[in-house]
Design a protein around this ligand. Structure first.
Ligand code: NAD
Length: 480
């Protein structure tokens, strides 16, 4: 993938120009949020927090508008950088994701006050900031998460130290600098969002332990969610998913096929909400696969599936408990070299040359196949046939692994939809649409790329990053 050099040069020149001229026109050496050490990054965010506390909600909203505009204007260059640096995803889809969070992430209007008034006066409960938040961000949605978290956390009155994934370092640093430059240009405090120039797991660990970090937010896999939840601090965990799609015999099969291919291939399956396996009732499975092929899936069979396993999975021998026979069993890990890659590229590795219009690799497998059980995060979609909808729901619950993240269903039967939604208990349940309808693309509701299933905040918004504080005024201001 070649990044448009002119575009990069233009943006670099603009950021450098902004870095040399403060909003008032004076020369400045402001780092736009990027520091050498964790201590410096936290100290700058703490200073910015104190300045933000002194501003009105109206000013806070103006600052957020500047962030939204900069994110929207730079959506394309950030998308190109992310694909170039991480080697994952599709530029056109990342542009949609960046623009979506820039425009649709809720702002200060999300903060609500509760009040009680009566004989004894007036009591308010308000949503107040935590202070400096530490936010760990993934390689799969690097800039989308920084833009969305940044807007939400600042709308709630916080500042944030980001700990980006090292494989999206340059892109994440550029996003943070671009947003901070826009804030400063709008007359807002410097360093509302900070990070270290060279992020690493060690730096993330130091950030988590820092006494001035009041809250932690992890968007990533199980390891990082466990790390923040073990920190002893207030933490939000937005962890892994493995979203199953159930298709029953009442569904509009052609539409289901089109929606599944669209959702599964969006940003090459990187979103944690994207369709990861299809479980279809046997009577409609062949028709569904035929329509999926029509809408951009390429179906592989038999030895081709075996070959693909050797490419996209790495095999490990896992030790069994003492006394077990056999003493070891096979387990698999996803080969990261193929995460977020195009279907065409993946198929080329097993000797198949397909047109650019192919977006998904489809294969029919058994229920316990590693393609079904592992979160592949690439446009390889296994389909399992089962005898009826009850068997489909039972299998979907099993392969979702209790993540309680996202599930999708194509059905016209309200009872079946209700039964599945109740059984699987996911944070997001999408009916008769691609998975991305669950984050506001073609569905109602606001977007986020931090979906907190493990800790229960759900689709995070500014209020997720607040603490409730009560203010009591006795014997006054009650006019009843
Ligand atoms: P990852 O877990 O490898 O990395 C996520 C972040 O955590 C990175 O910044 C990484 O450097 C950091 N990290 C990892 N282990 C750490 C540790 N022990 N201590 C401190 N920091 C640590 O995940 P990824 O590959 O970047 O993203 C993909 C994963 O994230 C998938 O499992 C996906 O489902 C999940 N995800 C979930 C959501 C959600 O909203 N629930 C959103 C995006 C991604």
């Amino acid at each position: 993938m070649i990044v448009d050099d002119n575009l990069i040069a233009r943006v670099t020149a603009e950021v450098l120009a902004q870095m040399q001229n403060s909003p008032s026109g004076e020369k400045t050496n402001t780092p736009y949020g990027i520091f050498d050490t964790v201590d410096e990054a936290v100290a700058a965010a703490l200073k910015a927090y104190k300045e933000l506390r002194g501003l009105s909600l109206e000013r806070r909203e103006e600052i957020i508008q500047a962030i939204r505009d900069a994110a929207y204007e730079n959506a394309e260059v950030l998308a190109r950088m992310a694909v170039e640096e991480s080697g994952m995803g599709r530029i056109e889809d990342k542009i949609i994701k960046n623009r979506l969070v820039a425009r649709q992430t809720p702002g200060t209007e999300d903060l609500k006050t509760e009040a009680w008034s009566g004989d004894k006066g007036l009591t308010l409960v308000e949503m107040a900031p935590f202070g400096v938040i530490g936010a760990i961000t993934p390689t799969t949605n690097p800039t989308e998460t920084i833009i969305g978290n940044g807007i939400c956390m600042i709308a709630a009155g916080n500042t944030v130290v980001f700990s980006p994934h090292p494989t999206a370092r340059k892109t994440s640093v550029r996003a943070i600098q671009t947003l901070n430059a826009a804030v400063e240009k709008a007359g807002g405090p410097a360093n509302l969002m900070t990070a270290v120039a060279e992020p690493s797991i060690e730096a993330a660990g130091r950030m988590m332990q820092h006494p001035d970090i009041r809250m932690l937010v992890a968007t990533g896999g199980p390891g990082v969610v466990k790390a923040v939840l073990s920190s002893g601090k207030k933490a939000i965990g937005a962890g892994a998913g493995n979203p199953p799609v159930v298709v029953d015999e009442t569904a509009d099969i052609a539409k289901a096929a089109r929606d599944i291919v669209a959702g599964c291939s969006f940003d090459n399956n990187l979103p944690c909400i994207a369709e990861k396996e299809v479980i279809a009732v046997g009577s409609i499975a062949d028709e569904l696969m035929a329509y999926m092929r029509k809408y951009g899936a390429y179906q592989i069979t038999g030895s081709q599936i075996e070959q693909l396993m050797k490419v996209i999975l790495t095999e490990k021998e896992a030790k069994m408990a003492t006394g077990c026979t056999p003493k070891t069993r096979k387990s698999y890990a996803v080969n990261k070299d193929y995460v977020g890659k195009d279907a065409k590229y993946i198929l080329s590795k097993i000797g198949l040359d397909v047109p650019d219009s192919i977006k998904v690799v489809l294969c029919e497998t058994e229920a316990d196949h590693p393609f079904v059980l592992e979160e592949l995060m690439m446009p390889v979609l296994p389909l399992v046939q089962v005898k009826d909808v009850d068997a489909a729901i039972e299998l979907a619950v099993k392969v979702e692994h209790g993540n309680r993240h996202t599930a999708i269903m194509h059905s016209k039967n309200v009872d079946n939809m209700t039964k599945y939604a109740r059984a699987i208990e996911t944070t997001i349940f999408v009916k008769n649409a691609p998975s991305y309808a669950g984050i506001g693309v073609g569905g109602e509701g606001y977007p986020t790329f931090t979906i907190a299933g493990p800790t229960g905040e759900g689709l995070t918004s500014p209020r997720s990053f607040t603490r409730l504080r009560r203010c009591v005024l006795v014997d006054a201001f009650s006019i009843v």
